[in-house]
Design a protein around this ligand. Structure first.
Ligand SMILES: Cc1cc2nc3c(=O)[nH]c(=O)nc-3n(C[C@H](O)[C@H](O)[C@H](O)COP(=O)(O)O)c2cc1C
Length: 378
């Protein structure tokens, strides 16, 4: 038996002792039963795929700790993805998924790689997925999960065969839509019951997790909160930037001119953010002087961030790279093991449930995971 599997057994024992009493845990388990069944996990908590961060180590750690790790395939080739899945499977016996970007030119080949490697769940992200990809995933025996940025699209994706929906609000790290998680949840959760819905964006504590479950979510997805896990391979500089940052430091990238649209990305403001604004202005001036076509100008703008996330996450270039982070970065105060992060979320959710039984607000009780939110000073 490998060390990773021994750790898994210890985690299992710990997860069963987190609950202050069996009744409270039963309430939580009832609330996220659909999500747990769908994912095949102890906790209906997905570790959102983060390019460069969500590789074998973090993904296996999340799954071994009872959550659902998701490999970020980013721009990986089919061969690279195949190797990453095999390496992850060597570190965990528990279910994990793969996130594929729908714009990838080899999307269907990547789906085939997942199927050949017996991945149970494929998450299609980054745009509206083609029906062919959803059908291929399902025909191959895996579960198809899709991101939906609005209720109409959630409904459409369900009709196209999506077996679960992820709604991700504007508070999230990385590429974002315009609507906040709280509003998206109110828009979608009461009206999509055909499939489980997972809520992502801005979730940093168990009370928030619980509130989305109570609104009808099957489970949640967190990204930012896992970046500073011990098992995350993110560079020490990248982690330090997260630990220092407040919610307000995680801002969407700025578009200078509506003729040159950019897909907004939420990241920690750094010198590269400033340079991006200046670079857009310079390119647009060259376009206005007739030195560039609109298409070339657009391409030059898009090129600015090429390789920037890798530079920050892997090389630790926190000045010139992209520090993608959600607003919940304000709740990241230290490095922790993945199992501690998940235990803390569960303990906070349980304390909140417990508080309701005895009529006391959770804030008036000892805090699992220490003071957070309003009392927190970085
Ligand atoms: C550094 C970073 C990289 C990300 N990369 C991806 C990605 O490659 N694909 C994707 O679907 N989502 C990506 N996301 C979004 C996460 O999967 C997740 O949905 C999001 O982080 C949830 O919101 P939170 O950051 O508030 O927890 C990324 C997020 C971060 C912080």
């Amino acid at each position: 038996m490998t060390a990773a599997f021994i750790a898994t057994d210890r985690v299992e024992a710990r997860l069963h002792t987190v609950a202050p009493d069996g009744k409270t845990r039963a309430v939580l388990d009832r609330l996220w039963a659909r999500g747990r069944d769908f994912l095949g996990t102890e906790l209906a908590v997905m570790g959102g795929a983060m390019t460069w961060v969500s590789e074998r180590n973090l993904v296996a750690a999340i799954s071994n700790a009872g959550g659902f790790g998701v490999i970020a395939s980013g721009s990986m080739s089919p061969d690279l993805l195949s190797a990453e899945i095999a390496a992850t499977a060597a570190l965990t016996r528990r279910p994990f998924g793969v996130n594929l970007i729908t714009m990838h030119p080899q999307l269907l080949e990547l789906v085939d790689v997942c199927l050949a490697q017996k991945v149970g769940h494929v998450v299609l992200a980054g745009g509206i997925p083609p029906g062919a990809a959803i059908a291929r995933i399902r025909d191959g025996g895996a579960r198809a999960m899709c991101f939906a940025p609005a209720l109409v699209l959630a409904k459409k994706l369900v009709r196209s065969g999506a077996e679960a929906i992820v709604i991700e609000g504007n508070e999230a790290g990385g590429h974002i839509g315009p609507v906040s998680t709280s509003v998206l949840a109110q828009e979608v959760l009461p009206h999509v019951s055909e499939v489980p819905v997972f809520v992502a964006g801005g979730i940093g504590r168990g009370e928030a997790l619980l509130s989305y479950l109570e609104m009808g979510a099957a489970g949640v997805q967190l990204g930012t909160r896992f970046v500073c896990a011990h098992e995350s391979i993110a560079h020490a500089n990248f982690k330090r930037a997260f630990i220092r940052a407040s919610a307000r430091d995680a801002v969407p990238s700025m578009q200078i001119d509506s003729r040159f649209p950019i897909i907004p990305v939420r990241a920690l403001a750094n010198p590269a953010t400033e340079r991006f604004a200046a670079r857009q202005r310079e390119i647009i001036e060259r376009f206005s002087r007739g030195e560039l076509t609109q298409k070339d100008a657009q391409l030059e703008i898009e090129h600015f961030w090429a390789g920037a996330l890798r530079r920050a996450v892997i090389d630790g270039d926190v000045e010139g790279g992209s520090l993608m982070a959600g607003q919940s970065v304000g709740l990241v105060t230290r490095e922790q093991s993945t199992v501690d992060i998940l235990d803390e979320l569960v303990a906070q959710a349980l304390a909140a449930i417990d508080g309701r039984h005895d009529g006391r607000h959770w804030r008036d009780k000892p805090q699992p995971g220490g003071a957070g939110g309003r009392d927190q000073v970085k």
